[in-house]
Write a new protein. Structure first.
Length: 700
């Protein structure tokens, strides 16, 4: 399919909706508009219209709209998903309650697990049984299944998940029940079948993932259907694609069928952009730092490759994939870019607790009413208010004058939240908020680096998001990271990342066997990969420019968790499996610090991913934003007790050149603001990245 001249992308955040457009000659045009929680489509439409006006183009000029959203995540976090039921094998009704043995809070004896997404009265059992090889032990009780379907119809459920024991090797019983449900339930009821969602071993994870898929299904379907209609009414007749949690784009029609694939849609887009643009600029080892209005997120890119996981939990405080922190959320065993996330952003609420300790978040003022300085009725102090008091933000208006602010409201809110409860000046209180926010966000960075056996000092910190540039340098200092990169369009970078993503589809099946060593078992594995590849090619349709990648999930015999390794193209052979074994041991060493040289390895599942890059390789040659390139000015900014208040130059990134300029500096742009502290220096590279280096003692 040929693309028209312009591609446009939209990412919805808790405070702002970011929109970016990239033309074939590399001109990037950006817009940042307040999110519209009452109808997120209106925020997207406002951003699209703003860019269309800048380019003097009709909406029909955009051939594709690429989209990332936290709509599915929010449905889970806010318990606003569909009224969902579960049909499962007799005796397995309480799998969602039993979960796994891990408890995330070891020293909290009264800790309670999160309530299941399906209440017990809507978890129904049906008599049937398969053995571990898929053989029928007890035939499905069809009348029992029909009775269960009718009982659910009477309750008015919006979605039903079906998960039977061992259906990952034989889906016959699930297919029978699916047919019965479609006959008995009202049209439009969302049905989620485990062999479609996750045909893999592990009963709890498979059940939980299937339930999550059902729980968010109607919400995602309504949202995307409404978005398509809103865009069509506005004249957009292009193709709507959505970012998956794995980092690839997919048609909205296919997302609606498997909505759990977009639960971590929003954070993935920025990481993809960081990998593509970072590698182009010569940075293969990157820690991404994305600070928005509600949360801060981090991910690790090593040797230019994204870090992915299929062992994730959503809704458990800090979102991350570490097996050491399991038990606080809902298991989601689908391919996801490994992103850790904490509740600290520009809109995070500032408070002093009963013990006199300064706290940040996780509560956020969001888009409405927003921080106190937005003067929209919000009275609680936030991180943004503190940064405004410090002089880091423009005291009149943000986003090149498009978002007016009231500095006096910020001071009043911070005085009430902190100074009235602690013996400190307003500036010291604001700087304390800035530092505590950095300490909170450091957890997210360590979760993807230190906790994975990687030393942060071996990486470059690539900062983006509306607030990333303000906090990146002091955060890097605490982590012993010597260089920070702030890319063009950093404040809308998740939207920019969408423009660099591939169209992608992946499928996984269970394949439990020792690592093949003889010709017969290798032939069986090769046949399984070929069948999976044929099926995914059929689903992709257009084969132009398609790349197929094979993955194997491998573990040592008896281990509870596996690691994923990529296999080269071509038939499965002894050399291919020997290479897979070596790759597994190398990854095991990196992840866990040791290997069993002679340990027996086994396959758990296999995965095939088909991807297609954009028709024309995206490249940014010029950035056009809502603001204009203005002359350098200055204002007073506070950098803590060590440096105090300093008269600080304020300039645009394009007023920097390749000669390092010593801080303090405030780099003020339409999409966001970057702070260069006094002990750092900044310059602009040939890719228009702002490069911020820590000044060593000899250079100072």
């Amino acid at each position: 399919m040929m693309e028209t001249e312009y591609r446009i992308a939209a990412d919805i955040g808790g405070t702002f909706t970011d929109v970016a457009c990239l033309s074939t000659d590399g001109v990037l045009v950006t817009a940042k508009v307040p999110s519209t929680p009452q109808d997120y489509a209106q925020g997207i439409l406002a951003g699209v219209r703003q860019i269309a006006d800048q380019l003097n183009l009709p909406a029909s000029s955009f051939g594709q709209l690429l989209h990332a959203s936290t709509i599915a995540t929010n449905a889970i976090l806010e318990a606003k998903g569909a009224r969902t039921a579960l049909i499962t094998t007799e005796g397995f009704r309480d799998v969602l309650v039993l979960r796994r043995i891990r408890v995330p809070r070891l020293y909290e004896p009264l800790y309670q697990k999160p309530a299941p997404l399906v209440p017990r009265r809507l978890r129904l059992e049906v008599r049937e049984r398969l053995d571990a090889r898929g053989g029928v032990v007890q035939a499905l009780d069809e009348q029992g299944a029909r009775d269960a379907a009718r009982a659910l119809a009477a309750t008015g459920v919006e979605a039903v998940a079906v998960c039977f024991l061992h259906s990952y090797v034989n889906p016959a019983h699930e297919k029978q029940v699916e047919r019965i449900l479609r006959e008995e339930l009202p049209e439009g009821c969302f049905i989620s079948i485990s062999h479609d969602v996750l045909p893999e071993v592990r009963e709890y994870e498979r059940t939980s993932t299937t339930v999550v898929n059902a729980y968010v299904g109607p919400v995602v379907s309504r949202y995307l259907t409404g978005l398509v209609q809103t865009l069509q009414d506005a004249g957009f007749d292009g193709r709507l694609l959505m970012m998956q949690s794995s980092g690839g784009l997919l048609d909205v029609s296919q997302v609606i069928a498997r909505p759990a694939t977009v639960v971590e849609s929003g954070p993935a887009a920025g990481v993809v952009g960081a990998a593509r643009l970072g590698c182009a600029a010569g940075y293969a080892d990157i820690i991404t730092f994305d600070m928005g209005g509600t949360t801060a997120k981090a991910s690790l890119i090593q040797d230019g490759r994204l870090t992915a996981t299929d062992d994730y939990e959503v809704g458990g405080g800090i979102s991350m994939s570490s097996a050491l922190a399991k038990g606080g959320g809902y298991a989601l065993k689908l391919p996801i870019i490994d992103v850790s996330e904490v509740g600290a952003g520009g809109g995070s609420v500032v408070r002093v607790d009963a013990g006199g300790v300064l706290k940040i978040g996780p509560q956020s003022m969001g888009a409405m009413p927003g921080p106190a300085c937005y003067d929209r009725g919000g009275t609680q102090a936030t991180v943004t208010d503190a940064n405004l008091v410090l002089g880091y933000l423009n005291p009149v208006a943000l986003a090149s004058g498009t978002v007016p602010v009231n500095a006096q409201k910020a001071k009043e809110a911070l005085q009430a939240a902190v100074c009235d409860h602690a013996d400190m000046s307003l500036l010291d209180a604001a700087y304390g908020v800035h530092c505590v926010a950095n300490a909170t966000m450091m957890r997210a960075v360590k979760a993807v680096s230190t906790y994975r056996g990687r030393n942060p000092r071996d990486f470059t910190l690539l900062a983006f998001g509306g607030n990333g540039g303000m906090h990146a340098a002091p955060l890097a200092r605490e982590l012993n990271i010597g260089r920070v990169i702030v890319p063009p369009g950093a404040g809308v970078f998740s939207a920019v990342g969408l423009l660099f993503a591939d169209y992608e589809m992946g499928r996984t099946i269970s394949f439990s066997a020792p690592l093949p060593e003889d010709a017969a078992s290798m032939a069986e594995l090769d046949h399984a990969y070929t069948a999976l590849e044929t099926a995914i090619r059929s689903e992709m349709g257009d084969q132009t420019g398609l790349t197929i990648t094979r993955f194997a999930q491998i573990r040592y015999h008896g281990q509870g968790y596996e690691l994923s390794v990529a296999l080269p193209a071509g038939p499965i052979s002894a050399s291919v499996m020997a290479g897979a074994a070596q790759d597994f041991m190398a990854e095991h060493k990196r992840s866990y610090g040791y290997v069993h040289e002679n340990g027996q390895m086994e396959l758990v599942s296999i995965r095939v991913v088909a991807s297609r890059p954009p028709a024309r390789a995206p490249k940014i040659s010029k950035v056009i934003a809502g603001g204009s390139l203005y002359e350098e000015t200055s204002r007073m900014a506070y950098f803590g007790a060590e440096y105090g208040l300093l008269l600080t130059p304020v300039l645009h990134r394009y007023l920097l050149d390749d000669q390092p300029r010593k801080g303090p500096l405030i780099i003020e742009e339409y999409e966001g603001t970057t702070i260069v502290p006094p002990d750092w220096q900044a310059w602009r590279d040939v890719y228009n990245n702002v490069v911020i280096d820590q000044i060593t003692q000899g250079e100072a």
